[in-house]
Design a protein around this ligand. Sequence first.
Ligand SMILES: CC(C)(COP(=O)(O)OP(=O)(O)OC[C@H]1O[C@@H](n2cnc3c(N)ncnc32)[C@H](O)[C@@H]1OP(=O)(O)O)[C@@H](O)C(=O)NCCC(=O)NCCS
Length: 196
Amino acid sequence: MSDWRPPILETERLYLRPIELSDADSIFAYASNEEVALNTSWYAHDSMEATHNFIENYVFESYANEIPEPWGITLKENPEMLIGTVGLTWDSKSKRCMRFHYGLSDTFWGQGIIPEAGRAILDYGFKICNAKRIRAYCTNRNPSAARCLEKVGFLVEGVSRSSLYSKGEYRDACNFGVLDTDWAEHSKSPPLSKSA
Ligand SMILES: CC(C)(COP(=O)(O)OP(=O)(O)OC[C@H]1O[C@@H](n2cnc3c(N)ncnc32)[C@H](O)[C@@H]1OP(=O)(O)O)[C@@H](O)C(=O)NCCC(=O)NCCS
């Protein structure tokens, strides 16, 4: 078993850092909120046990396999309190294709936090993991997530009808993708402004 952990990344307002068991309280505070889990593939945590399971069986398992997912998102002024997660998993390591994951406490929605964190993660994916392509998706019922992915730098690729089966129903997936060549161009221009 590897003791690999994702490195700490710094952005203008954030530290992105590995998650520890001691983050359970902060994670439970938002992951237990039904509104946060409304459009996610996971269910709202109904107990601290669910949060401990998430950390021990998903987070630590992922790190043990040297997969850079998830980083904990923290504000620089309070690096103890985890307010969300971002990360990358491999769709295919041999084909250099990755998938971006994201989620944020509702207290911090609408402040451009996932776009800021996401740009650092995509940079990591292209420069450190040597990804050729990174994809992301949201359900067609989640316009905030679609807008957020666009602000990260993803391009719209289309809709896959009923491709998501979650919480007992089929949902349409809005697909997004970005290539290493797009990213090299994108990185030269300033991030999208709020009104863009
Ligand atoms: C969707 C989500 C990832 C967006 O992250 P974010 O850091 O809030 O993103 P932004 O601040 O850039 O906001 C994106 C858009 O959300 C909308 N938005 C703004 N404030 C909002 C609020 N309080 N509530 C809902 N949507 C809001 C706006 O349309 C905004 O676009 P704009 O900046 O052009 O006005 C985040 O809201 C979230 O984690 N939601 C719950 C979990 C989820 O749906 N995850 C995605 C599927 S796994």
